[in-house]
Design a protein around this ligand. Sequence first.
Ligand SMILES: [Zn+2]
Length: 107
Amino acid sequence: MKCPDCNNQMKEVEVKIEGADQKVKSYQCPSCDHVDFEPETSKKVIAELKAKESPLKIKQKIVKLSQGRVGIYFNRHVVESLNLKPGHQIAVSVPDKKHIVLSIDEK
Ligand SMILES: [Zn+2]
């Protein structure tokens, strides 16, 4: 791969992007500092970053408990990512008829 500016041979360099596990492949010119990012690896890293940004969204069924009460389970992913333990307090608020907001009480 030749530099489009000065026609020197470009070096292939893997670039670490903040927050991404994968690296972007780039071509850097040693004489004029021209940098090209390889489009395929760039796309993958952008997709990886987007996936990390999106909040965890999962479907859960409401289960029947005793005395007319219902409950939901937290699956392992939620438990591990929030480090939930039995006995922890959670504040429940209902901002409208379609949302239940659970806030972990930090103590
Ligand atoms: Zn160059």
